[in-house]
Design a protein around this ligand. Structure first.
Ligand SMILES: Cc1cc2nc3c(=O)[nH]c(=O)nc-3n(C[C@H](O)[C@H](O)[C@H](O)COP(=O)(O)OP(=O)(O)OC[C@H]3O[C@@H](n4cnc5c(N)ncnc54)[C@H](O)[C@@H]3O)c2cc1C
Length: 374
């Protein structure tokens, strides 16, 4: 059976793109090598996601309306918002809900189906996949939503984005404060941060991202929290660190983590991945109606999403470069300074959970940090 579009990868980006395509009347097949959800992820997403993409809220485990930033000295600054600005979700339930939307709109979904080859010709796309045996499927176009599957992306001639590692454990005997905490410091997570997110019922997600020596830093961090990881599974996964150089090819669009559609400040990729999915579907819709799935036509997609997200993604990269030069004393001073009322007001007025550029520029100005940045 020939499909209009085959999506490879049933994470949030691939599932959402398949949903939008199916809703537009395209014949869609969605393949994922695993089962829905189960990915290591803190699952913190904004209020804006639910509103922008009209998503079901059933996966929400916990409202988040405050964050405590802890300096290396132990001094901290807590930002409290009048209403929840984000939520911790059950990633399995979140992904499953998106897959259900795609299927209800008419997309065919196959789990545990690993795409092993993809060939593009002048007539269409031909995929080989493995699901208790080897199968083939063909379509007019494909959407690659494989996350950071370097091997697969390289096999189809596309360069994946740069990445950094992030690790997390989930504990079920958490008895600390009901407060999201972000830990800063060069002995904790050089150039980056660690986090603790209580999600209710004695559960908490404790994680860290950093570009070097993640495992030793994470083990040390857990020891400082008094957590022994002997019986706990520490799971890690790469998160994008910048945009992929090219996210289109003949009959092909790349979305989500695979394209580098993630916030470089935090590594969070769900929101930008959904945004990328939406823009990809818009381009495909136009390309199908013009009967033009050429590389030249599809590059419109990359132009559009990069125009929208480059300022944010580049700002995050520059900020991280700057932050990685900070000594612990400087971080202590900054957190101490943040405790004055002006900063909380600035956050309330300017900070947006998924859009950081404007706030970062204002914050640096208030903190008196001279920076060429972007
Ligand atoms: C520790 C950690 C914490 C995080 N916390 C947050 C957070 O709080 N908020 C946030 O927004 N983001 C967070 N992220 C990032 C977030 O998880 C990703 O940005 C998001 O999952 C990207 O979605 P995606 O659909 O692009 O890719 P993925 O969710 O990675 O999905 C890709 C899918 O493709 C499938 N696949 C790959 N190759 C093939 C193949 N050859 N054939 C078939 N299927 C294939 C995979 O099985 C997978 O299901 C975190 C990441 C980590 C590592």
């Amino acid at each position: 059976m020939k499909y209009d579009v085959i999506t490879i990868g049933g994470g949030p980006s691939g599932a959402y793109a398949s949903y939008l395509l199916a809703k537009e009347g395209f014949k869609v097949m969605l393949l994922d090598k695993g089962n829905p959800g189960g990915k290591v992820c803190t699952g913190i997403i904004s209020e804006e996601i639910f509103q922008t993409f009209s998503l079901c809220r059933k996966s929400i485990l916990k409202d988040i309306s405050s964050i405590q930033f802890i300096a290396p000295s132990g001094i901290s600054f807590t930002y409290e918002h009048p209403t929840p600005f984000a939520y911790a979700v059950d990633r399995k339930a979140f992904d499953s809900a998106l897959l259900k939307m795609a299927q209800e709109a008419g997309a065919s979904f196959l789990s545990q189906a690993t795409v092993t080859s993809a060939e593009v010709s002048k007539d269409g796309v031909k995929l080989g996949y493995e699901k208790n045996g080897q199968f083939a499927a063909s379509a007019q176009a494909m959407v690659l939503a494989t996350g950071l599957n370097r091997k697969f992306l390289s096999s189809v001639g596309l360069k994946p984005p740069d990445s950094m590692q992030a690790a997390q454990i989930e504990i079920d005997n958490y008895q600390g404060e009901d407060q999201v905490k972000v830990f800063l410091g060069n002995n904790i997570a050089p150039g980056s941060f660690a986090w603790m997110v209580p999600i209710g019922n004695g559960m908490a997600r404790i994680g860290m991202s950093t570009q070097r020596q993640l495992r030793p830093h994470f083990s040390r961090f857990m020891r400082t929290l008094g957590i022994s990881n002997g019986h706990l599974e520490v799971r890690s996964r790469p998160v994008p660190y910048g945009m992929a150089p090219r996210t289109y090819a003949k009959r092909t669009l790349v979305i989500g983590d695979a394209a580098g559609q993630a916030k470089t400040t935090t590594g969070g990729g769900i929101y930008y991945g959904l945004l990328g999915a939406k823009m990809a579907v818009q381009t495909l819709k136009e390309a199908f109606s013009k009967g033009d799935l050429s590389e030249q036509y599809l590059q419109v997609y990359e132009k559009k999403w990069k125009e929208r997200l480059t300022p944010e993604i580049e700002m995050g990269l520059r900020l991280r470069e700057l932050f990685s030069t900070f000594t612990d004393e400087r971080i202590n001073t900054l957190i101490n300074f943040s405790r004055n009322d002006g900063i909380a007001t600035l956050i309330r007025l300017q900070a947006k959970f998924d859009w950081h550029r404007t706030f970062i520029l204002s914050l640096l100005k208030i903190l008196g940090i001279k920076w060429s940045g972007v």
